[in-house]
Design a protein around this ligand. Structure first.
Ligand SMILES: *[C@@H]1O[C@H](CO)[C@@H](O)[C@H](O)[C@H]1NC(C)=O
Length: 142
């Protein structure tokens, strides 16, 4: 049987700051076709941050932006919206879920908290600049 490993960083209890972002569990092993629902958990306690962003890293490569949760609404990127979803509230937590995992989902998953933004603007207008900024940031880190 083939198994899959999800590694999350940082490990539980790793962060000391009260403004930390934490993820559990540190790893998760699944067989192809199994679901991962409400098991990959991200939490934070940063005031005024009500967006949680999710990233994927396979094989030690660059981070791939997966999308974000704004309040209770998940906005996965088009190329992943069929295979994963975000739940939670964004203000304190978000879960990453897969209805049916495949080999390609084996990776390290990261979350990040983002400051609240004007919620009256249409989604398209505030979405694109943010994505560009996130991608630039990742590129600069390499
Ligand atoms: C999110 O994950 C946590 C930890 O596994 C779980 O207790 C909680 O019920 C999950 N929430 C949702 C909405 O899936």
């Amino acid at each position: 049987m083939i198994v899959f490993l999800f590694l999350l960083f940082p490990p539980p209890n790793a962060a000391a700051s009260s403004y930390s972002v934490q993820q559990t569990p540190s790893s998760l092993i699944k067989s192809p076709g199994q679901s991962v629902l409400g098991q990959i958990y991200c939490s934070h306690s940063i005031p005024n941050h009500d967006n949680i962003l999710w990233y994927k890293q396979d094989g030690g490569g660059a981070l791939k932006y997966l999308g974000y949760l704004n309040m209770q609404h998940g906005y996965p990127e088009d190329d992943v919206k069929e295979i994963l979803s975000f739940s939670g509230n964004g203000e304190t937590h978000s879960n990453l879920s897969f209805p049916s995992v495949s080999r390609d989902d084996s990776a390290v998953y990261f979350c990040a908290a983002r400051r609240a933004q004007c919620s009256r603007k249409p989604r398209r207008q505030r979405k694109n600049p943010d994505h560009a900024a996130a991608r630039r940031h990742i590129r600069n880190q390499r």
